[in-house]
Design a protein around this ligand. Sequence first.
Ligand code: PGA
Ligand code: ZN
Length: 419
Amino acid sequence: PIESVDAREILDNRLEPTLRVTVETPAGSGRADVPCGRSRGEHEALDLRDGDDRYRGRGVRQAAANVTDRIAPELVGRDVTAQRTVDACLTDLDDADAPLGGNAVTGVSLAVCRAGAAATDLPLYRYVGGTDAHVLPLPFFDLIEGGELAGGDLPFQEHQVVPVGADSVAEAVRMTAEVYYELGDIVRAEYGEASLNVGAEGGYTPVGVDDPRTAFDLELRAIEECGYDDEFALAADVAASHFYDSETGTYALLGERLTRADLLDFYEDLAATYPLVSLEDPLDQDDFDGVAELTDRLDVQVVGDDLFVTTPDRLRRGIDRGAANALLWKVNQVGTLTDAVEAARLATRNGYAVQVSERSGQTPDTWLADLAVGLDAGQIKTGVTRGERTEQYNRLLEIEAELGDAATFGPPAADALDP
Ligand code: PGA
Ligand code: ZN
């Protein structure tokens, strides 16, 4: 049974407060740090902040107090392995007039899961995924950053390289690191030293580059220099809501105001020119019909992040209309692990891929890597450099080594990612 639930205010990679929740049981304890996005979807769970003088209002003391004063008394004594019951209790306890905070809910839900794993003496991925958990995820690496996650002029948020030719995480990471070094040489030579400054997820920010196609060209050059021509594909998180103007219904891109139809044509052209395999949030976060049209028109993976916010309801809407064919999976967008897992199962049942994802704000806590394996997701995006990113890779490498011959690599429907 759960003995105690505690929460503290700690710091994330941006020197901003976040929650660390600890759950203790006689058989073992668990702890989880809560991530926080910057490029947040409008329909995400509430990120509760104090709004007072401390940390420019970003403190999480109220969220921590909600854990210790309101949540803990309800959970103490409960079975730590009854994740679904615990999460239902969190949902019941939440009150629109006095919200617990999605950050408090996510922290408790994940810490309970970790404590359950410790109490049953299982690694987290196996506790979540059962004895059959064996799929290591194919990583999407955000080598060049733009949008809200970087300074600079690139409108798209992430220009990713995908090592589709790798056959393990170890190989994927090594090949991508080599491309990353090579790309560093190229952007330094062409755009100056300042281009090596990295964005929120540790990708480069080439100075003066304002066209996503230039970013892709640079990545392709680095890939070719390394001799990996056929081993890599490209992908993007467009995060289009950030350059969408709801007044005029247009997108501000490359100095022009594009209508939805123009933007869809732009993507079609992009997919015809580049080995593009995946596009995330290509249109405004509420444009289900537009995303459905794009999904129909292009033979690429279309990922819903801000579109679905890991919420079963919004995902169901997407499935009904044929909008997107993949779910970006971020626990703290929805709140409890149970709801997030339900969204992943719903996706899988309907032929949607699942891409497990970090947030731009997080700590080196590695629950994400374990959950990616536990869910059999087959895809992960967790940035590039900086400790809170590389720790995820380090944990995946550890799991891959632990599973040995039992491990398989990449998404179940890998052919969907064939450039
Ligand atoms: P976020 O950005 O973590 O700031 O939300 C990542 C993304 O949009 O995928
Ligand atoms: Zn996104």
